[in-house]
Design a protein around this ligand. Structure first.
Ligand code: FMN
Length: 126
């Protein structure tokens, strides 16, 4: 089973989450939804806000259960910086939760090409 969780203030990251979820035929859920069952690949997304990720996303990463998650694919949107990806991966590393090197990213509101790319990457983990 795969899962998609995201934090999005303005809707941009949500667009990527929904594209990934559509490809995987699962639901894209916000970070109030805990991971209850074992997940093969968790797609976890969040954006950068003033050089940081939201503290709710940080807290979500901190409560993840490594015994339930085989690996994570990180996704993000921002104006310019991909730093949110590094911050999410840092949190995962601290929890000893494996993540893959590749990530899904869009600059601001995802365009059709970025949406297609997100789906292409998600497809590999089906
Ligand atoms: C308060 C605020 C601070 C931001 N700071 C940064 C930043 O430091 N670097 C950057 O590249 N983008 C920054 N952005 C842009 C967001 O990362 C970008 O709009 C992103 O797509 C928002 O995702 P969301 O719509 O899912 O909330 C900022 C946006 C906001 C609203």
């Amino acid at each position: 089973m795969n899962a998609v969780r995201y934090y999005s203030r303005g809707g941009n990251t949500k667009i990527l989450a929904e594209a990934i979820a559509e490809e995987l035929q699962v639901e894209a859920l916000g970070i109030d939804a805990k991971i209850e069952e074992e997940v093969e690949t968790l797609f976890l997304g969040g954006a950068l806000y003033a050089y940081g990720i939201d503290k709710k996303l940080k807290a979500y990463i901190e409560q993840l259960d490594k015994t339930k998650i085989k690996k994570v694919v990180v996704f993000s949107t921002s104006w310019l910086s991909k730093h949110a990806i590094a911050l999410i991966k840092k949190g995962l590393k601290e929890k000893e939760i494996p993540y893959v090197d590749e990530f899904i990213y869009a600059r601001g509101k995802p365009n059709n090409k970025e949406i297609a790319n997100a789906k292409e990457i998600a497809k590999k983990y089906k």
